[in-house]
Design a protein around this ligand. Sequence first.
Ligand code: SF4
Ligand code: F3S
Length: 107
Amino acid sequence: MTFVVTENCIKCKYTDCVEVCPVDCFYEGPNFLVIHPDECIDCALCEPECPAEAIFSEDEVPDDQQQFIPLNAELAEKWPNITEKKDPLPEAKEWDGKPDKMKYLEK
Ligand code: SF4
Ligand code: F3S
């Protein structure tokens, strides 16, 4: 099992999640973060830390977010590791909660 970052992280990227992960299994793209499913130890610490409520346990990912399960696995192999919190994206507050952000995902 793993935890999964879903759509509402896009264009927000608060990175509070990174700070609490005991195994440093977050990977960073231009405007989104993913979790490496083979490295996540399922500790659940990151889930309540995300201000955008974008992190779910794999078995609780909403139906309309299922595509993010394979997407986390794919992009975690491609993107660099992130181990320290940084500033959110400049317009994070405006984008938090906006629907249909998938089209803005930069790979
Ligand atoms: Fe890291 Fe734990 Fe979150 Fe997995 S559940 S990404 S190990 S903080
Ligand atoms: Fe994204 Fe939430 Fe982490 S917005 S960067 S999953 S704290």
